[in-house]
Design a protein around this ligand. Structure first.
Ligand code: ATP
Length: 300
């Protein structure tokens, strides 16, 4: 079942067209990585999903219900973690979550059980101190706990890992991974290694529309390989082979790159190496990374 559907959504601010006929769907219990350069329109899209910005045209549906600008009906399905979550620093996590639960109408009996459960989920069960002393990573984790308070069907996180160090990022990624069974997760980022670690599906927003959309595997398979490289022990060996196999490039004195070549081309190169008795140190097929695909798309 689709938890989120955007159909032909367009949005402009003044003369600046931010989104142009944007369409995509996110299925239940998937982790969807919404990637794009700074200013691509990721936050704008999220705010439209939350009904905080109007759409100029097109339709957004959350759990099958149409989102209406200014109304919050569909937000009962959504937990939202903004890029910089704000808290009352003088409160402890328990006090803060209790306040959020009371404001949003969660029953007292539920609040009581839910708070320790959530604090454990985000690894803050022992952090019984004021939030003002928290690290950025701890604040992001508390933000996730807050967003999950109402047991949302969708958790939307705006760049949850961008300001964190590798350990903090891993903690957030592990939490998102662990809640996937209960909640569909949509998170925006420009950190492609995080996307590669956990996302089931990816959408790359570029020029107001999705330039790439699909599973990581589908996207990688769009371009089978980035060619191959051969490393030699001696500079002379590299030079000799560059004269035999035309059209390669030097990556360094001892490394040659064979861009855009196939596995069959690599086998042919190995045969030539053997026939000419030139010994390589390393021969490697280069798989396209998400980063190389991303750069290829955004530089067009
Ligand atoms: N309320 C607004 N009024 C006018 N322009 C806006 C408004 N909100 C966003 N924009 C512009 O829309 C464009 C997209 O912004 P948005 O914040 O959605 O991008 P983003 O992909 O989230 O980028 P980042 O990764 O930097 O957060 C930017 O050029 C931004 O300046």
């Amino acid at each position: 079942m689709e938890m989120l559907t955007l159909s032909n959504v367009s949005k402009r601010f003044g003369s600046h067209q931010i989104l142009n006929d944007l369409s995509f769907q996110v299925s239940e219990n998937t982790i969807y990585g919404f990637i794009g350069e700074n200013g691509a329109g990721k936050t704008t899209t999220m705010k439209m999903i939350l009904g905080l910005y109007s759409v100029d045209s097109g339709v957004i549906q959350v759990n099958g219900e149409r989102v209406t600008y200014g109304q919050t009906n569909t937000n009962r399905y959504i937990g939202y973690l903004p890029d910089v979550p704000e808290f009352y620093g003088y409160m402890t996590p328990t006090e803060y979550l209790r306040l959020c639960g009371e404001i949003t109408g969660v029953a007292e009996s539920q609040i009581k059980n839910r708070i320790p459960e959530l604090l454990e989920l985000v690894g803050l069960e022992k952090a019984n101190k004021r939030i003002q002393g928290f690290s950025r990573g701890m604040k992001q984790r508390l933000g996730i706990a807050q967003a999950l308070l109402n047991k949302p069907k969708i958790l939307i996180c705006d760049e949850p890992t961008s300001a964190l160090d590798p350990i903090g990022r891993k903690e957030i990624i592990d939490i998102l991974q662990s809640i996937k069974k209960q909640t569909t997760v949509i998170f925006s980022t420009h950190i492609l290694s995080d996307v590669e670690r956990i996302c089931d599906e990816i959408g790359l927003l570029h020029n107001g529309t999705l330039a790439l959309n699909g599973t990581l595997e589908e996207i990688r398979n769009m371009r089978k390989s980035d060619g191959f490289m051969i490393e030699f022990d001696k500079v002379d060996d590299a030079k000799n082979f560059a004269n035999i196999y035309m059209g390669c490039e030097f990556l360094s004195g001892t490394e040659l790159s064979f861009n855009g070549k196939t596995k069959e081309d690599m086998m042919a190169a190995m045969r030539l190496l053997y026939e000419n008795q030139i010994y390589p140190v390393k021969i490697e097929m280069r798989e396209p990374t998400l980063e190389s695909l991303f750069l290829e798309v955004v530089s067009k």
